[in-house]
Design a protein around this ligand. Structure first.
Ligand code: IP8
Length: 247
Protein backbone atom coordinates (compact mmCIF):
# COMPACT_ATOMS: atom_id res chain seq x y z
CA UNK A 1 0.00 0.00 0.00
CA UNK A 2 1.29 3.43 -0.93
CA UNK A 3 0.25 6.96 -0.05
CA UNK A 4 0.80 9.78 -2.54
CA UNK A 5 1.04 13.26 -1.02
CA UNK A 6 1.35 16.51 -2.93
CA UNK A 7 2.68 19.61 -1.22
CA UNK A 8 1.38 22.57 -3.20
CA UNK A 9 3.97 25.04 -4.37
CA UNK A 10 2.25 27.83 -2.48
CA UNK A 11 2.61 25.82 0.74
CA UNK A 12 6.41 25.59 0.56
CA UNK A 13 7.37 28.81 -1.28
CA UNK A 14 6.53 32.48 -1.01
CA UNK A 15 4.55 32.73 -4.18
CA UNK A 16 4.95 36.47 -4.73
CA UNK A 17 8.78 36.56 -4.56
CA UNK A 18 10.64 34.69 -7.32
CA UNK A 19 12.55 31.62 -6.13
CA UNK A 20 11.90 32.11 -2.44
CA UNK A 21 11.39 29.09 -0.21
CA UNK A 22 9.12 29.50 2.83
CA UNK A 23 11.66 27.82 5.10
CA UNK A 24 9.45 27.68 8.17
CA UNK A 25 6.49 26.18 6.29
CA UNK A 26 8.73 23.71 4.46
CA UNK A 27 10.39 22.53 7.63
CA UNK A 28 6.99 22.12 9.36
CA UNK A 29 5.80 20.04 6.39
CA UNK A 30 9.00 17.95 6.43
CA UNK A 31 8.59 17.28 10.16
CA UNK A 32 4.99 16.16 9.59
CA UNK A 33 6.07 13.86 6.73
CA UNK A 34 8.75 12.35 8.97
CA UNK A 35 5.99 10.96 11.21
CA UNK A 36 4.43 8.98 8.36
CA UNK A 37 4.56 5.23 8.72
CA UNK A 38 4.45 3.28 5.41
CA UNK A 39 5.18 3.69 1.72
CA UNK A 40 5.07 7.32 0.69
CA UNK A 41 5.57 9.14 -2.62
CA UNK A 42 5.82 12.92 -2.42
CA UNK A 43 5.09 15.39 -5.21
CA UNK A 44 5.59 19.13 -4.95
CA UNK A 45 4.32 21.97 -7.09
CA UNK A 46 6.18 24.85 -8.69
CA UNK A 47 5.35 27.81 -6.44
CA UNK A 48 7.55 30.82 -7.06
CA UNK A 49 10.18 28.64 -8.81
CA UNK A 50 8.59 26.78 -11.75
CA UNK A 51 5.64 29.10 -12.36
CA UNK A 52 7.84 32.16 -12.44
CA UNK A 53 10.38 30.54 -14.80
CA UNK A 54 7.65 29.20 -17.09
CA UNK A 55 5.68 32.47 -17.22
CA UNK A 56 8.83 34.45 -18.03
CA UNK A 57 9.33 32.24 -21.10
CA UNK A 58 5.68 32.04 -22.17
CA UNK A 59 5.54 28.29 -21.49
CA UNK A 60 2.42 26.69 -19.99
CA UNK A 61 0.43 23.46 -20.10
CA UNK A 62 -1.04 24.60 -23.43
CA UNK A 63 1.90 26.41 -24.98
CA UNK A 64 5.21 24.59 -25.39
CA UNK A 65 8.75 25.61 -26.24
CA UNK A 66 11.24 24.14 -28.69
CA UNK A 67 14.08 26.02 -27.00
CA UNK A 68 16.15 23.61 -24.92
CA UNK A 69 17.51 26.62 -23.02
CA UNK A 70 14.00 27.67 -21.99
CA UNK A 71 13.00 24.12 -21.08
CA UNK A 72 16.17 23.74 -19.02
CA UNK A 73 15.58 27.07 -17.27
CA UNK A 74 12.18 25.80 -16.06
CA UNK A 75 13.58 22.39 -15.14
CA UNK A 76 16.57 23.95 -13.35
CA UNK A 77 14.30 26.27 -11.36
CA UNK A 78 12.29 23.23 -10.28
CA UNK A 79 15.55 21.47 -9.50
CA UNK A 80 16.50 24.24 -7.07
CA UNK A 81 13.14 23.91 -5.30
CA UNK A 82 13.40 20.11 -5.34
CA UNK A 83 16.85 20.36 -3.72
CA UNK A 84 15.44 22.62 -0.99
CA UNK A 85 12.59 20.14 -0.36
CA UNK A 86 15.03 17.21 -0.23
CA UNK A 87 17.31 19.12 2.16
CA UNK A 88 14.40 19.88 4.50
CA UNK A 89 13.31 16.23 4.37
CA UNK A 90 16.87 15.12 5.09
CA UNK A 91 17.02 17.47 8.09
CA UNK A 92 13.78 15.91 9.34
CA UNK A 93 15.26 12.40 9.01
CA UNK A 94 13.37 11.34 5.85
CA UNK A 95 15.33 9.20 3.34
CA UNK A 96 14.09 11.09 0.28
CA UNK A 97 15.39 10.86 -3.31
CA UNK A 98 14.55 13.01 -6.37
CA UNK A 99 12.58 11.68 -9.36
CA UNK A 100 12.64 14.32 -12.09
CA UNK A 101 9.81 14.15 -14.63
CA UNK A 102 11.57 15.86 -17.59
CA UNK A 103 13.87 12.86 -17.95
CA UNK A 104 11.13 10.28 -17.40
CA UNK A 105 7.71 11.38 -18.56
CA UNK A 106 6.09 12.29 -21.89
CA UNK A 107 2.73 13.42 -23.20
CA UNK A 108 1.02 12.44 -26.42
CA UNK A 109 -0.49 15.02 -28.76
CA UNK A 110 -3.77 14.95 -26.76
CA UNK A 111 -1.88 15.70 -23.56
CA UNK A 112 -2.20 12.22 -22.07
CA UNK A 113 0.69 11.68 -19.68
CA UNK A 114 2.91 8.59 -19.58
CA UNK A 115 4.96 8.30 -16.40
CA UNK A 116 7.17 5.20 -16.12
CA UNK A 117 7.26 4.27 -12.44
CA UNK A 118 9.87 1.51 -12.19
CA UNK A 119 12.30 3.77 -10.32
CA UNK A 120 9.55 5.00 -7.96
CA UNK A 121 8.45 1.41 -7.19
CA UNK A 122 12.02 0.25 -6.55
CA UNK A 123 12.81 3.26 -4.36
CA UNK A 124 9.70 2.48 -2.30
CA UNK A 125 10.67 -1.19 -2.02
CA UNK A 126 14.11 -0.12 -0.81
CA UNK A 127 12.64 2.13 1.87
CA UNK A 128 13.16 5.52 0.19
CA UNK A 129 10.66 8.32 -0.28
CA UNK A 130 10.63 9.35 -3.97
CA UNK A 131 10.04 13.08 -4.47
CA UNK A 132 8.61 14.18 -7.84
CA UNK A 133 7.64 17.69 -8.90
CA UNK A 134 5.71 19.59 -11.54
CA UNK A 135 8.10 20.08 -14.45
CA UNK A 136 8.58 20.78 -18.11
CA UNK A 137 7.77 17.55 -19.95
CA UNK A 138 8.18 16.75 -23.64
CA UNK A 139 4.89 16.59 -25.53
CA UNK A 140 4.33 15.17 -28.98
CA UNK A 141 3.87 18.04 -31.46
CA UNK A 142 4.45 20.83 -28.90
CA UNK A 143 8.06 20.66 -27.71
CA UNK A 144 8.19 20.97 -23.91
CA UNK A 145 5.04 21.98 -22.01
CA UNK A 146 4.36 22.32 -18.27
CA UNK A 147 3.06 19.29 -16.41
CA UNK A 148 1.46 20.08 -13.09
CA UNK A 149 2.20 18.09 -9.96
CA UNK A 150 -1.54 17.33 -9.84
CA UNK A 151 -1.25 15.39 -13.10
CA UNK A 152 1.69 13.44 -11.68
CA UNK A 153 -0.39 12.60 -8.59
CA UNK A 154 -3.16 11.23 -10.81
CA UNK A 155 -0.68 9.21 -12.92
CA UNK A 156 0.93 7.73 -9.79
CA UNK A 157 -2.44 6.91 -8.23
CA UNK A 158 -3.60 5.20 -11.44
CA UNK A 159 -0.46 3.07 -11.69
CA UNK A 160 -1.53 -0.40 -10.58
CA UNK A 161 2.03 -1.45 -9.72
CA UNK A 162 2.30 1.19 -6.96
CA UNK A 163 -0.88 0.01 -5.20
CA UNK A 164 -1.87 3.53 -4.08
CA UNK A 165 -4.61 3.48 -1.45
CA UNK A 166 -4.57 7.13 -0.29
CA UNK A 167 -3.94 10.46 -1.95
CA UNK A 168 -3.40 13.79 -0.19
CA UNK A 169 -3.36 17.23 -1.77
CA UNK A 170 -2.08 19.85 0.65
CA UNK A 171 -2.57 23.40 -0.64
CA UNK A 172 -3.24 26.76 0.98
CA UNK A 173 -7.01 26.23 1.12
CA UNK A 174 -8.42 24.01 3.89
CA UNK A 175 -10.43 21.87 1.43
CA UNK A 176 -12.84 22.17 -1.48
CA UNK A 177 -14.94 25.21 -0.60
CA UNK A 178 -18.60 25.82 -1.34
CA UNK A 179 -19.92 29.19 -2.49
CA UNK A 180 -20.01 30.45 1.13
CA UNK A 181 -16.39 29.55 1.78
CA UNK A 182 -17.20 26.47 3.89
CA UNK A 183 -15.25 23.24 3.46
CA UNK A 184 -17.30 20.51 1.77
CA UNK A 185 -16.69 17.38 3.87
CA UNK A 186 -17.25 14.76 1.17
CA UNK A 187 -17.67 14.69 -2.60
CA UNK A 188 -18.83 11.47 -4.23
CA UNK A 189 -20.22 12.67 -7.56
CA UNK A 190 -19.08 15.45 -9.84
CA UNK A 191 -22.58 16.94 -9.78
CA UNK A 192 -22.22 17.58 -6.02
CA UNK A 193 -19.00 19.49 -6.56
CA UNK A 194 -20.22 21.38 -9.63
CA UNK A 195 -23.30 22.64 -7.73
CA UNK A 196 -21.25 23.61 -4.71
CA UNK A 197 -18.50 25.24 -6.74
CA UNK A 198 -20.94 27.62 -8.36
CA UNK A 199 -22.44 28.31 -11.73
CA UNK A 200 -21.30 29.81 -14.99
CA UNK A 201 -19.34 32.73 -13.53
CA UNK A 202 -17.00 30.48 -11.66
CA UNK A 203 -13.52 32.00 -11.65
CA UNK A 204 -10.44 30.26 -13.02
CA UNK A 205 -9.62 29.16 -9.51
CA UNK A 206 -12.90 27.40 -8.90
CA UNK A 207 -12.82 26.07 -12.47
CA UNK A 208 -9.39 24.68 -11.64
CA UNK A 209 -10.71 23.08 -8.47
CA UNK A 210 -13.70 21.59 -10.33
CA UNK A 211 -11.35 20.06 -12.92
CA UNK A 212 -9.17 18.73 -10.12
CA UNK A 213 -12.16 17.19 -8.36
CA UNK A 214 -13.28 15.52 -11.60
CA UNK A 215 -9.87 13.84 -11.98
CA UNK A 216 -9.78 12.79 -8.32
CA UNK A 217 -13.24 11.22 -8.55
CA UNK A 218 -11.95 8.90 -11.27
CA UNK A 219 -9.22 7.45 -9.02
CA UNK A 220 -9.60 4.12 -7.29
CA UNK A 221 -8.23 5.62 -4.04
CA UNK A 222 -9.83 8.28 -1.83
CA UNK A 223 -8.25 11.72 -2.18
CA UNK A 224 -8.06 14.22 0.66
CA UNK A 225 -7.86 17.94 -0.14
CA UNK A 226 -6.68 19.99 2.84
CA UNK A 227 -4.57 22.93 4.00
CA UNK A 228 -1.26 22.94 5.89
CA UNK A 229 -3.15 22.72 9.19
CA UNK A 230 -4.46 19.29 8.13
CA UNK A 231 -1.09 17.74 7.29
CA UNK A 232 -0.46 16.11 10.69
CA UNK A 233 -3.96 14.61 10.68
CA UNK A 234 -3.52 13.22 7.15
CA UNK A 235 -0.12 11.74 8.00
CA UNK A 236 -1.66 10.06 11.06
CA UNK A 237 -4.30 8.38 8.84
CA UNK A 238 -7.15 10.87 9.41
CA UNK A 239 -9.39 12.72 6.98
CA UNK A 240 -8.80 16.49 7.15
CA UNK A 241 -10.53 18.85 4.71
CA UNK A 242 -12.56 17.32 1.88
CA UNK A 243 -12.61 13.63 0.98
CA UNK A 244 -13.12 13.05 -2.74
CA UNK A 245 -14.12 9.49 -3.42
CA UNK A 246 -15.97 8.29 -6.50
CA UNK A 247 -18.89 5.92 -5.91
O1 IP8 B 1 2.49 23.88 -9.23
C1 IP8 B 1 3.89 23.39 -11.97
O2 IP8 B 1 3.45 22.44 -11.04
P1 IP8 B 1 2.15 22.76 -10.15
C2 IP8 B 1 5.34 23.14 -12.36
O3 IP8 B 1 1.86 21.47 -9.44
C3 IP8 B 1 5.93 24.21 -13.21
O4 IP8 B 1 1.04 23.13 -11.10
C4 IP8 B 1 7.16 23.87 -13.92
C5 IP8 B 1 5.44 25.40 -13.35
Amino acid sequence: MTTVLKLGGSVVTEKESPETVDDAALSRAADAVADFDGGLVLVHGGGSFGHHAAAERGVSAESGTRSAADARAIHDAMGRLNAAVLDALHDAGVEALPVRPLSLASRDADGDLTLPTGSVATMLAEGFVPVLHGDGVVQSGSGVTVTSGDDLVVALAEDGALDVDRVGLCSTVPGVLDGDGNVIARIERFADAADALGGSDATDVTGGMAAKVEKLLALGAPAHVFGPGGLDEFVAGGSPGTVVRGE
